[in-house]
Ligand binder design. Structure first.
Ligand SMILES: C[S@@+](CC[C@H](N)C(=O)[O-])C[C@H]1O[C@@H](n2cnc3c(N)ncnc32)[C@H](O)[C@@H]1O
Length: 330
């Protein structure tokens, strides 16, 4: 979302200090070499992810954040309500995901371009993004720790027979799902998803590192991770807090914590050091007057990112898996 921020003056001071000298533009990731060091790191990190998911199934969860989304759970499908900007964002993020996936998988399913692909929508809320991706043919699993949001998502998708079995939901954390995948691995099945989508989610987490590790864990080798989020700049603070929240009331006040915002450079660093190769970062801009999103050269406010899971074994290149695994996420 454009920015729903809960702020204190101390945070503003930190914000100003930490963003001095930043121009808001992303650099291209430079570390794309798959070295033995990276292999050892990712193996170790995956082990950590598996063990943490067994013991702490909610490492990424900030319970204050969940309380806020709990109070909004009935509002997901009001296109002119609190989530208006997320509804409008589909105009950019759905084609962004579709086109990048088609570049990787080269599938040919006229009318259902994403058919045969299994996609996990993490932090799906009411399913605003899950549904349109399902309509493109993908087998979707939407998960969210807020059970009322999942109930709303299930209710809404049940109204569309076209979605049928392709869209399913589960109230759980990514860590819990990741632990299930670990169990499957023991039975010989690793990495269930061709893609993981986390749209407007990472700015709400208690632990980004665990979240990224778990995304990696549930992805097939060569699988895609799509993230949209908000940059940590003075401009994102000014437009997100002052304009969007306090002046225009586009979004409810107190939903975001500026301290959790992350620059594209920082996010790329986290991803590259945890077994991902960042493919592209694209700026996004929300016009509150028109209620429309457009792509922007600058990532100073919002941005979308596509990364690919690097294979554990550097000898085996990540080959896109185009086979239909229709039972894999059932
Ligand atoms: C701004 S909403 C975005 C919803 C949806 N992705 C969309 O764009 O329409 C953020 C969502 O992240 C969920 N969330 C918060 N913390 C989470 C966590 N630790 N793991 C997964 N989802 C989380 C919230 O419950 C909420 O539904």
């Amino acid at each position: 979302m454009l920015g729903l921020y809960s702020r204190r003056s101390a945070s503003l001071r930190r914000a100003v200090q930490s963003t001095v000298g930043r121009n808001g533009f992303s650099c291209t990731a430079v570390c794309k070499q798959r070295t033995p060091w990276l292999r050892r790191c990712t193996e170790e990190l995956t082990r950590q992810c598996q063990s943490s998911t067994r013991s702490v199934h909610q490492a990424s969860v900030d319970h204050e954040e969940l309380k806020r989304f709990q109070t909004l759970a009935s509002k997901w499908w009001d296109e002119n309500g609190e989530f208006k900007a997320l509804h409008a964002m589909n105009d950019l993020r759905v084609p962004f995901i579709r086109d990048n996936l088609l570049n990787v998988h080269k599938t040919h399913h006229p009318g259902r371009p994403l058919a045969g692909l299994h996609i996990l929508d993490v932090g799906c809320g009411g399913g605003l993004l899950t549904e349109p991706l399902g309509r493109l043919g993908a087998s979707m699993l939407g998960i969210d720790p807020v059970a009322d949001s999942i109930s709303m998502a299930q209710l809404h998708s049940s109204n569309d027979p076209d979605l049928g079995e392709r869209v399913r939901y589960r109230a759980c954390t990514l860590e819990e799902l990741s632990a299930d995948v670990a169990g499957d691995e023991e039975g010989g099945r690793a990495g269930l998803f061709h893609a993981v989508v986390a749209s407007e989610v990472v700015e709400h987490l208690a632990d980004l590192e665990t979240f990224i590790l778990c995304c990696r864990h549930v992805l097939k080798p060569g699988g895609s991770l799509f993230i949209t989020t908000i940059n940590k700049t003075n401009l994102s603070y000014a437009l997100g807090i002052v304009v969007a929240e306090q002046l225009l009331h586009i979004v409810p006040s107190g939903t975001h914590d500026w301290d959790k915002f992350i620059s594209p450079v920082e996010l790329e660093r986290h991803l590259e050091s945890n077994g991902f190769s960042v493919q592209c970062v694209q700026g996004m801009f929300y016009n509150p007057a028109s209620g429309a999103w457009s792509w922007a050269n600058s990532t100073a406010i919002n941005y979308a990112l596509h990364a690919i899971k690097v294979a554990d074994d550097p000898q085996s290149d990540p080959q896109p898996d185009n086979q239909d695994h229709s039972q894999a996420t059932q």
